[in-house]
Each structure stands twice: as structure tokens, then as C-alpha cells.
Design a protein around this ligand. Sequence first.
Ligand code: ADP
Ligand code: MG
Length: 371
Amino acid sequence: MSELRCSGLTKAYGSREVISNLDLTVPDGSIVAIVGPSGSGKTTLLRSILGLVAIDRGTIHLGDSELTHGRTRLVPPHRRAIGYVPQEGALFPHHTVLENVGFGLPRKERKDVTRIDHILSIVGLNANYRNRRPHELSGGEQRRVALARALAPSPSCVVLDEPFTGLDASLRQTTRTAVAAALRATHATAVFVTHDQQEAFSLGDYIGILRNGTISQFGQPEDVYREPADPETAQFLGETNILTGTITKNHANTALGKLPILGHLADGPAHILIRPEQLHLHGSARPDDAGMQVHGRILSITFFGAHSLISLAVNGIYPKQILAHHQGHVPWDAGEDVFISLTGRAACFPAPARTPADPEGAIGRTPQQGG
Ligand code: ADP
Ligand code: MG
């Protein structure tokens, strides 16, 4: 049993509280991704779990043992049996892969080549890597060695700090797959932090959103993406159209059309979230269920390979630009008019009534995000 639990975790640097009354439970053997923008306290959270940062309040438990109680570290960092993959991997540059991986083992096991080869194989590296030094490895291989080093002592829990940041796109994908497979193979309870939403979605069994020093939402990736706790979380997790509209009988009525809503919301004005992939564009009129034949003018097309992101202006609606995804080849150019239909369900939030000062009943734009 190696469930990891943080309760009421609070940590300030000087007068600034970075972690505020944070609760987090990582189920035994699962991989949890904590996603938050740069500076949101991700590294501080991991280092508190490791016992490298002294917290001000709260408790940290791993399985049945209490590791930290308020300012008291009941178990010192080297006794916690938590593997650590620091940001950038942080391998010892002058040591071989064998020495780096052996570092976490008891002294007499450090040169146990069979054991180290086995650990390397878990992260998808063969024995030929044993005598290389970090500068003779690709970025992705370095990350795998860093994970192998963390896994070597068979920890019941592993924490990883931005394990894929700085890798190029193709290395990211293969490294991510290898790391996920290695974590599954060892059944370790794992927490990794990232500022990258895609990474969190693709690797986490659960994801937690770190905002304002606390976990603002926790759940399975698809649930959190589809039913964000608030509009800010929705925007943080990906492109979102937030329309003003009204709810009647569990349907959202917007200038783009009508959609059933997720969950329940009382009738009245609402902010209605529609993801770009819920908008479909057509060259000719194709009424949706509500009989709508809305058309918009294409403002710009951004090509992403498998899909393109299309920005549209629709007469008389707020916000002024609507984002839509289009799979594959886009048969239109900027300046052309297309018809728009909607699919799926909409996440909705009650909106304040419109006022002269805020005629749209608008909410803030996407908050600034950093890497
Ligand atoms: P993240 O990993 O999400 O980027 P960090 O946990 O590194 O965030 O830092 C959170 C905030 O705490 C940042 O504003 C950072 O500048 C501040 N901070 C981190 N470590 C220290 C420290 N040792 N002393 C003072 N401030 C710190
Ligand atoms: Mg960090």
C-alpha cells in the first residue's frame, strides 16, 4: 500500500504563500499529473513530498507512515523511499550510465551489472548504454537514465519534475511512452508535474490542476477536460470558446446554435463553453438539430498538420472571434464564408445578468501562461 496523501499543505517563502492548504491523494500504483503554469508551485510541491523543502503546515503520508507533520520532518529525505527525477534529469556529467543508475543503490550493489542492466531494460535502454557518459546520450536517453536512477532502489513512490520539458516533439513522444511503460512495469505510485496540458492528459491516470497554491480540480483527464470546474480551468486546459447565452430546460441557447448541457444548471443567463472541436464547418447550409444555419467568415487558418485551427467572425455575437478545429485539408481560404454547426454537450456556468458597464456579461480572457 503506497497511497500518497497530502493534507492541508501550506508553504510560504517569506510572506508569499506558494502552496495554500493543498489536499492531494495519489492512489496506490497510479500516475497522477499535476499541471500548472510556471511559478505555480509545482517544484515546491514535489520537494515538500521528498522532504527537501520544509512546509509550514499540513501533513504528508505515504501508505501507513506519516512523513511530515507540519514543520517536523518525521522521516528524513533519504529514508522516504521516494524516487526523484529532477527537472532536466540532472545526471552526474562525469559518471557513466552504470555509475549514475547505481548511485541510488546500497554501496555493495552499485556495480551489480545484471541488476543495472535490468533497470535499464525497464526504461527501454539496452546494456550497450552502460558505459556511456551523459554527453554521449540524446536528451530522451538522458531522461530515461534519470528515471532508471530513481527506480533503481525499487521505491514505492516516484516523483518527476517536468520529465519531458526541453525534448523535441518526436523524442517527447517516444520518451513519454517509455517512461509510462517503466512506471507501469514497476507499479510505483507516481506524481509528475508539468506545465504542458497535452502531457498531463496523455500520461496521467488522473490529473490535478494546480492554481493559486491549491488543487482546483482533480479527476480523470477526459472528465476534467469535458467538465472543467470553472471557465479559467477550461481555458488553461485548451482553446475554448466562451459564449454568453441562456439556459432553458438543460439546453444552452447561443448565437451559434443550441446544445444540451453537461450536468444541470437553472434556467437563466450563462457562460457556455464550446471547444473548437465541437464546431463543424460546411461549405453549404446544413441545419443542425435546432434548425440553425449560422454562417461565419474565416479570419485566419493556422495549419497544425492533422488539424487546422480556424478563427471565424460571426455577425453579432460575442466573443468577436470563434475558434474551430478542422480535420485534414481545409477547402477554404481566409475571407470566405462557411456554415457552422455544433455537436456534443456544453459545459455551462451561471453568468451575472448583463449590465450597462458589462453589456456582454463577459468574463476575463485566457490568463497569461508561461512555460
Ligand atoms: P514551478 O515549479 O511551478 O515553476 P516553483 O515551485 O519552482 O514553481 O516556485 C513557485 C514560486 O515560489 C515561484 O514564484 C518561485 O520564484 C518561488 N520560489 C521557489 N523556491 C523559492 C525559494 N527557495 N525561495 C524563495 N522563493 C522561491
Ligand atoms: Mg518547477
